[in-house]
Design a binder for this molecule. Structure first.
Ligand SMILES: Cc1cc2nc3c(=O)[nH]c(=O)nc-3n(C[C@H](O)[C@H](O)[C@H](O)COP(=O)(O)OP(=O)(O)OC[C@H]3O[C@@H](n4cnc5c(N)ncnc54)[C@H](O)[C@@H]3O)c2cc1C
Length: 431
């Protein structure tokens, strides 16, 4: 092995890349983690909440040192129309018990912390450097090119995010089409911790996660989100990119409308916008997943399309971390045998199963298709809004029983009972 050849070069210091770098360095291997941002996380954004389980396996008790904001104990799902909102709230104090089920956090702080853990473990972390290309030898990936530098490695891990140019260059996937991505936009709105606790009925460092569907995306597939941080609220929208394009809507205009909605405005009233960011979310789905490994290369995190969006929960961080773990375990095994062939790297599939990535993606494989149903963003929020509102309306007109009220609303919605039952069945099997 040439002296200047790394065992692994990892492209991208997001959660997938830094987790892989941390575990490989801990195993005593030569690792180079390359990040184009000035610091890890400086270019990254997400909605606001990370589920703990994957990182807990990699760094037990991580929450004692990681920069997290609040432990989420309250989940709220809201169906929105222009003038109504129907919410389902679940508060579970057990979620706050150590280890907390999920945390809100900021990527700039969290990604920098995780990359620092990798560096501490012995990885070389190079920031402010963009990888421009892969080095290939007879179809095998043998390293990367960054500017004038050519760096060699036994294996390259592409953890370069949603549109992974590196996986494309390796011939493992095509460029994403607008139908395969959603566009996300977010603002961080500063408010005092006391105001946040009062408005969301929280105490101390308890957090809330709210997902909203319906009018917030003007009926387009997608949804709104709102997460409480210590002294700010992360609020934003995710909308199918193809629909935005088709309707010629601007995401920042939708966001301003969302903030002005009567259900949202009181929650952020008096707040100061401290941050604005936008990013793409892969929505390829497991059925259309890219190749996850090739000769001398593995693909992890968003680059591999590992995101689960079910409307009532959004997961990408935990899957990125778990796939980074799976990639590291594959490379550690390959290094022990000094065999980095495509055949040896195919063990990545087994490790993805072991790390619970594959089974999770498999379970929700039907979700992307189900979530394309336009009624989920128009007809159903409207039906739910009107039906629930009628339950509570007393206005002097003759009353009818609950079942009649519901059937009347269904009739008005022009959706048949058969269609609703069919969608409920499909939803139950997809989400
Ligand atoms: C609007 C929105 C809301 C979301 N909400 C949530 C949520 O609440 N919870 C959740 O779990 N997930 C959420 N996600 C998904 C989550 O953010 C991603 O799944 C996660 O960030 C994937 O991590 P990653 O390491 O694979 O990629 P990324 O975090 O995208 O990291 C990739 C890294 O690679 C670097 N890079 C790219 N190209 C190069 C190159 N050529 N050279 C060097 N470096 C490069 C980038 O700068 C970046 O640091 C959300 C995503 C969006 C967009």
């Amino acid at each position: 092995m040439a002296e200047d050849r790394y065992t692994a070069i990892i492209i991208g210091a997001g959660p997938a890349g830094s987790t892989a770098a941390y575990l490989l360095a801990k195993a005593g291997l030569d690792v180079l983690l390359i990040e184009k941002g000035a610091t890890p996380g400086s270019k990254n954004m997400f909605g606001g909440r990370m589920y703990s389980h994957a990182l807990q396996r990699v760094i037990p008790n991580f929450w004692e040192e990681a920069p997290t904001e609040r432990a989420v104990v309250k989940e709220i799902i809201t169906f929105l129309t222009e003038d109504r909102g129907v919410s389902l709230t679940c508060q579970d104090e057990n979620w706050a018990k150590s280890p907390s089920h999920s945390f809100t956090l900021f990527r700039a702080e969290f990604d920098a912390w995780l990359a620092a853990k990798a560096e501490e473990a012995g990885a070389m972390v190079a920031c402010g450097i963009r990888v421009d290309d892969l080095l290939l030898d007879k179809g095998r990936v043998i390293g990367v090119r960054a500017g004038d530098d050519e760096l060699l490695a036994e294996v390259v891990i592409a953890a370069d995010g949603t549109n992974s140019l590196m996986a494309q260059k390796a011939g493992l996937r095509e460029e994403l089409q607008p139908s395969e991505v959603a566009a996300g936009v977010k603002q961080v709105i500063e408010l005092s911790p006391d105001i946040i606790n009062e408005r969301f009925q929280l105490t101390g460092e308890q957090g809330a996660a709210c997902l909203l569907v319906g009018a917030c995306t003007r009926g387009m597939p997608g949804g709104g989100f709102l997460y409480t941080n210590r002294s700010s609220i992360s609020l934003g929208l995710v909308v199918k990119a193809a629909e935005l394009q088709r309707n010629q809507f601007r995401l920042n205009e939708l966001l301003e409308d969302f903030k002005a909605h009567p259900q949202i405005a009181p929650l952020i009233q008096g707040g100061r916008v401290a941050e604005y960011s936008a990013h793409l979310v892969p929505e390829t789905g497991w059925a259309r997943r890219p190749e996850l490994f090739g000769d001398g290369i593995l693909v992890a995190g968003d680059a591999a399309g590992l995101v689960i969006n079910l409307g009532y929960l959004v997961r990408g961080m935990d899957l990125a971390i778990a796939s980074g773990e799976a990639a590291a375990k594959t490379v550690i095994e390959a290094a022990a045998k000094q065999d980095f062939s495509r055949q040896a790297l195919s063990r990545y599939h087994d490790w993805l199963k072991e790390c619970q990535v594959w089974p999770e993606m498999e379970t929700y494989r039907r979700a992307p298709q189900f979530l394309e149903n336009p009624e989920l963003y128009t007809g159903y929020p409207d039906l739910i809004g009107r039906a629930v509102s009628h339950l509570f309306t007393v206005n002097g007109t003759p009353s009818v029983h609950l079942l009649t009220k519901l059937l009347n609303q269904l009739k008005e919605s022009q959706m048949s009972l058969f269609k609703v039952a069919g969608d409920a069945w499909k939803g139950g099997r997809s989400l």
